[in-house]
Design a protein around this ligand. Structure first.
Ligand code: HEM
Length: 171
């Protein structure tokens, strides 16, 4: 049934959030900026939580015997984490962030370009992890646990850079 499909639920949640934000923009006028910024921060917290957790699940998955109960459970967890949390949170982060940049008039600021570069790298990593979820599901992953441990550090490093750029605005 459609209502039980996590991808459909995530799409519905995304549409409801987008409508709520459009309504806030229409009803709140200038105050909408801070509400959208709050929603942006909530979206990036969700995105980052997933991006930090998924490679950790891959580390456990590498050690699980193929076809075992643990391996099947991890497949389900990875699939749901990606579809229900990480993908919608990334879309929302981008939509809200670009609206903030346009409304805040920072599209030409140096710090914003640097932040954008790091966020594009983060989105590339998102694509890489998403492809890995598919490979783990098919049982064709060849990346060893020790490499996933290293990859696990990348979103944390990017996050630190992004937060410094957007808060300190050094240039
Ligand atoms: C996806 C693309 C993104 C775009 C286009 C974007 C853009 C923006 C813009 C224009 C602001 C408002 C800045 C201000 O009012 O001073 C903002 C706020 C913020 N962004 Fe993003 N952002 C994105 C993703 C991220 C990510 C991935 C993170 C963290 C990992 C992040 C962290 C923050 C934080 C913490 C704030 C609040 C800053 C403050 O109030 O001083 N953003 N973002």
């Amino acid at each position: 049934m459609n209502g039980e499909n996590p991808a459909v639920r995530a799409a519905v949640a995304l549409a409801v959030t987008a409508l709520a934000i459009a309504a806030a923009i229409l009803l709140l006028g200038d105050a909408a900026y801070m509400w959208v910024k709050a929603a942006h921060v909530v979206a990036i917290i969700s995105w980052m939580a997933g991006m930090l957790y998924l490679p950790r699940l891959f580390v456990y998955h590498c050690d699980a015997a193929p076809g075992s109960e643990l391996s099947e459970t991890l497949k389900l967890m990875e699939h749901r984490l990606l579809r229900v949390i990480i993908n919608p949170a990334m879309v929302l982060s981008w939509v809200l962030g670009l609206w903030l940049a346009w409304r805040g008039g920072v599209l030409m600021a140096g710090w914003f370009h640097a932040k954008l570069a790091l966020v594009i790298l983060l989105s590339g990593l998102h694509g890489h992890l998403s492809a890995a979820v598919r490979r783990f599901a098919e049982g064709t992953n060849t990346v060893p646990a020790r490499r996933w441990r290293l990859i696990n550090e990348v979103p944390a490093v990017l996050m630190i850079g992004i937060v410094i750029l957007v808060i300190v605005k050094p240039f």
